[in-house]
Design a protein. Structure first.
Length: 82
């Protein structure tokens, strides 16, 4: 799991998703990662059961399902974002 999330761009996505359900478009806008690369990262993390998605109207929203990731992101924020 740590190896999967250690990539800086995947970590940026997780930081943004830590705030709740987000669409691919909002993830791309917030992280400034290309849409194709964002989609690849989301698919990788979904395949490993870190994330899940649900359809909301015409868009798909992603969210963190692994409680360990939520705890890890909270700890990272507490340590590095004071």
């Amino acid at each position: 799991m740590l190896k999967l999330i250690s990539h800086p761009k995947r970590l940026a996505i997780l930081c943004f998703l830590n705030k709740g359900h987000k669409s691919v478009g909002s993830i791309v806008e917030a992280t400034e990662i290309s849409q194709s690369q964002t989609s690849q990262f989301l698919a990788q993390m979904k395949e490993e059961w870190l994330l899940w998605s649900k359809r909301e109207g015409r868009s798909i929203e992603y969210y963190i399902v692994d409680e360990r990731i939520l705890e890890l992101m909270k700890s990272l924020k507490d340590i590095f974002c004071k």
